[in-house]
Design a protein around this ligand. Structure first.
Ligand SMILES: [Zn+2]
Length: 212
């Protein structure tokens, strides 16, 4: 693969090759594009003698949004909840909807000879607190995140919108919980990064236009 060899030839020092996927249900064959490209790059790096770690992440804290994949009685209960908290629809002993569908996908690319060195699950990572510094960074710089949304995606979030999704303590949903900012008043500066947050008025609401 010429492009992968060119990429590998330019690599300096140990490399981490990483991809991730939301296990939102049965996927089509095009979803293999990510793992296949990942594998080609990792193989090219190793062929060039570059120390390489290949990771594959499962974004299982993303909200359930595929109404068609739920039984009618489960729609109201499960839509908007993290995929890691939705029961396995097949009832075949996976601990969650996410584990069931991610398992099928991982088995598929393993069958092609694609074997990441390590898998990681966001539902395992968030409780460790390892991501907290990055959450703080995004919250402290919410104005910059809003600006990127505006410039790149043409999405204008309100001034009190914050780049974090919170699980509602009442309904367990993440997809319908709006963090309109709350008590975030900024954190002490991280090394080399000044705190830039300004306190904003608090409100948390469930807008009526959500479809579930
Ligand atoms: Zn299952």
């Amino acid at each position: 693969m010429e492009w992968a060899d060119e990429l590998a030839a330019g690599a300096r020092g140990p490399q981490v090759v990483n991809d991730s996927k939301t296990p939102s249900g049965t996927v089509h064959v095009g979803s293999l594009r990510g793992p296949v490209i990942l594998d080609v790059i990792a193989r090219a790096l190793r062929a060039h003698g570059v120390e390489t770690t290949m990771l594959y992440g499962v974004d299982d804290m993303d909200p359930m949004d595929a109404q068609a994949l739920l039984t009618p009685d489960a729609v109201e209960r499960e839509m908007g909840r993290p995929l890691a908290h939705v029961p396995d629809p097949a009832g075949d002993c996976h601990p969650s909807y996410a584990r069931h569908f991610a398992g099928i996908f991982v088995d598929t690319f393993a069958g092609l000879g694609i074997h990441p060195d390590r898998y990681y699950w966001m539902s395992d990572l968030y409780p460790t607190g390892d991501l907290d510094p990055y959450l703080r960074l995004a919250l402290d710089r919410a104005d910059r995140v809003r600006d990127i949304y505006r410039r790149v995606a043409n999405v204008q979030h309100p001034r009190n919108w914050h780049p974090v999704q919170v699980i509602c303590e009442t309904c367990g949903k993440i997809g319908t919980t709006i963090v309109a900012a709350a008590t975030w008043a900024g954190t002490p500066a991280l090394p080399g990064m000044p705190s830039v947050a300004t306190p904003e008025p608090a409100s948390t609401s469930r807008p009526s236009e959500w479809p579930w």
